[in-house]
Ligand binder design. Structure first.
Ligand code: NAD
Ligand code: UD1
Length: 340
């Protein structure tokens, strides 16, 4: 057990809330910095119900340097930062690129500046498999070359990785872990926290659960003519609770090893097609999904999945939640939010 204090920016969001639960269950003291741009304060109540502990909370916008400085001043005793705070809607980023560059990059720069000022030496950053684009060979390893992203959102991840690398290189005391998430799905098994999409979901899993509960008529399956075994797009779907655990493994490794910078793929190592996901959801929940095949979605890569060996070897972390359990938790969460 650890009683270290960890600053979790974006901790009221989807992945941040699950990571806060995992951190608190492991004995860490968590302080969340979040402006609630894409989350609600009720998440703090739900985290308290699950863990029995209420995380500390600072309602701040990480792009506001004065607010970030004040918050670091109150929590300068933290051991590390897990930086989730970002906007993440790919399509929106194409329409509002400056909003994305400003929010995602200024937030990161402010956090790094204040970490330096307050001698907080450890940061875990939420990167994405989007940095690989469409790799020439699969699975994607951490050495797979990164590619210019097709959206400003994706580009913020590439730029953020560079900003962190350069900052660590210039500060011998600083350590960073870049976690490249594949496709996070699911919810806490209690169904009390999960993903809260705004408007029409872009991502597959919340779309499926909204169809399942009758909120949407049918799922559009984007393309059935991909060069994959069944013709449908292939992704590596990682349970959000497993993903949360990866952050704790990353923090521990960073603090114990003293490595300057490390990068890890966080996925299962297994690629599944859209149709396999639909069928697994139906089998696990007993609910049929109405779907129709439509054209490919522009920007979709045909297939990508992770080589997750490095995280297993170095962090001792691997995905463990059976996919059926992930589906049932996503469905339980959807049923809970549909009630309200
Ligand atoms: P989310 O939108 O649910 O959570 C992000 C949180 O950050 C929200 O609570 C939001 O209010 C907060 N936030 C945003 N801008 C802020 C700011 N300027 N100041 C303070 N708080 C701010 O998203 P998520 O799915 O939990 O994603 C977390 C991180 O993981 C993001 O960096 C995202 O880009 C990255 N990521 C997500 C996925 C995914 O599929 N969900 C995949 C790869 C990477
Ligand atoms: C998308 C983003 C990616 C981002 C990630 C997490 C695009 C092109 N990529 O990844 O940059 O990091 O979300 O937010 O937007 N699908 C359907 N019907 C749907 C929704 C999705 O068939 O209604 C299919 C897609 O074609 C894809 C798979 O389901 O093959 C997964 O889609 P999604 O959940 O949006 O994730 P990614 O496209 O992998």
């Amino acid at each position: 057990m650890s009683n270290q204090k960890i600053i979790v920016t974006g901790g009221c969001g989807y992945i941040g809330s699950h990571t806060t639960v995992a951190l608190q269950n492991a004995g860490y003291n968590v302080v969340i910095f979040d402006n609630l741009a894409n989350s609600t304060p009720e998440t703090l109540d739900r985290i308290t119900e699950i863990t029995g502990v209420r995380p500390m909370f600072e309602k701040i916008d990480c792009t506001d340097i004065d607010a970030v400085r004040d918050a670091f001043d109150r929590h300068g005793d933290a051991t590390g930062v897990i930086h989730f705070a970002a906007l993440k809607a790919v399509g929106e980023s194409v329409s509002y690129p400056l909003m994305y560059y400003k929010n995602n990059l200024v937030s990161l720069i402010n956090v790094l500046e204040m970490m330096t000022a307050f001698n907080i030496e450890n940061i875990v950053f939420s990167s994405s498999a989007t940095v690989y684009g469409a790799p020439d060979t699969l699975p994607a390893t951490e050495d797979t070359p990164t590619r210019a992203a097709t959206s400003p959102y994706g580009q913020t991840k590439i730029m953020a990785e560079t900003i962190i690398r350069d900052t660590v290189a210039a500060n011998p005391k600083m350590h960073a872990v870049l976690l490249r998430y594949f496709n996070p799905i699911g919810a806490h098994p209690s169904g009390k926290i999960g993903e809260l999409p705004r408007g029409v979901p872009n991502n597959l899993m919340p779309y499926i659960t909204q169809v399942a509960c009758g909120q949407r008529e049918k799922l559009n399956v984007f393309g059935d003519d991909y060069p994959t075994p069944d013709g449908f797009c292939v992704r590596d779907y990682i349970d959000v609770n497993d993903l949360a655990d990866a952050h704790i493994a990353a923090l521990r490794h960073m603090i114990d090893s003293g490595d300057d910078i490390d990068v890890f793929n966080i996925g299962t190592g297994r690629g599944l097609s859209v149709m396999e996901i639909i069928r697994t959801f139906e089998r696990a929940t007993g609910v049929k999904i109405n779907y129709t095949i439509t054209a490919r979605r522009p920007g979709d890569v045909p297939a990508i999945w992770a080589c997750a060996d490095k995280a297993a070897k170095v962090l001792g972390w691997r995905a463990k939640t059976p996919l059926d359990d992930t589906m049932r938790a996503a469905w339980l969460w959807q049923q809970n939010i549909s009630k309200n």
